[in-house]
Design a protein around this ligand. Structure first.
Ligand code: SAM
Length: 251
């Protein structure tokens, strides 16, 4: 018979609440196609044509810090929701995905209002330069401060058995159509910008940016800025978006 010593667990004392002050500073800032929060997809990868550049700041802008990233297809960005920072932490939030009228624990959501304002997005890495990374599939506002970059590691980051019954599938897409004039305008701006602007607009509007609780009247117009153009659209029926115009944004 084998005797096994009983392991006596030490009594666990809860850590004392303490306030710690950390110094965190951005390693760079994103230049993004998204100039306002409205119409940005709710997660990365939903709009592959959403592109931007992560401009690194000193001392990370000399090439050493990104050496090796040319072997990596995607990176995690840890960033600050700089346009959603709040003094008082929220314990419950109302995610737009749940219609904006149902509250849920902040840690069960990807809401922008968070205790330390930290967001994370996995984005495609299109090109690596010494002082900047060209990225796509982003869900980041222009000017977003980035705190860290980490390579996506498929064997560890893909969890085949993972589940989340609150967000079990990507949002349902809505049909997007163009007026002839708007498509002509968009193609012209796409050429000037050398950006896939038509695809960007279609991919973002197909996410249906309007708050879930709003039933749009056909005469109501919506608008958002992508790059340096203003896009205006309406809902001829609740499940169809028609792009009306794509014009230079007001300065
Ligand atoms: N993927 C990230 C995450 O899970 O932490 C962000 C998810 S959050 C639901 C995505 C929304 O954040 C976007 O639709 C956009 O409106 C908003 N957003 C993006 N960048 C932001 C910023 N710098 N400050 C405030 N809001 C931002």
């Amino acid at each position: 018979m084998i005797m096994v010593d009983r392991v006596i667990m030490p009594t666990l004392t809860p850590p004392r609440p303490q306030t710690m002050t950390y110094s965190v500073s951005p390693i760079g800032f994103v230049r993004s196609c998204f100039k306002e929060k409205f119409a940005i997809p709710r997660q990365p990868q939903l709009a592959p044509a959403a592109r931007g550049v992560l401009e690194l700041v000193a001392p990370f802008d000399q090439g050493d810090a990104v050496q090796g990233l040319e072997h990596v297809s995607h990176v995690w960005l840890l960033f600050l929701f700089h346009q959603a920072l709040e003094e008082k932490p929220r314990l419950k939030v109302r995610p737009p995905r749940l219609g904006g009228n149902k509250s849920m624990g902040v840690f069960a959501t990807r809401a922008t209002h968070r205790p330390n304002g930290i967001g994370q997005s996995v984005v495609k890495l299109d090109k690596v330069e010494a002082n900047r990374l060209w990225i796509s599939g982003i869900d980041l506002l222009d000017g977003t401060p980035v705190l860290d970059i980490k390579p996506y590691v498929p064997y560890a980051d893909i969890i085949a058995t993972a589940s989340n019954t609150i967000a079990s599938a990507a949002p349902q897409l809505i049909a997007v159509e163009w007026t002839d004039a708007a498509l002509h305008q968009a193609n012209g701006h796409a050429q000037r910008l050398a950006e896939p602007l038509v695809e960007l607009i279609e991919q973002c509007l197909a996410q249906d940016p309007r708050p879930a609780y709003q039933t749009p009247a056909p005469e109501r117009e919506y608008g958002a800025q992508f790059w340096d153009v203003d896009v205006r659209w309406h809902y001829p029926t609740p499940d169809l978006i028609r792009v009306l115009e794509v014009i230079p944004a007001k300065a």
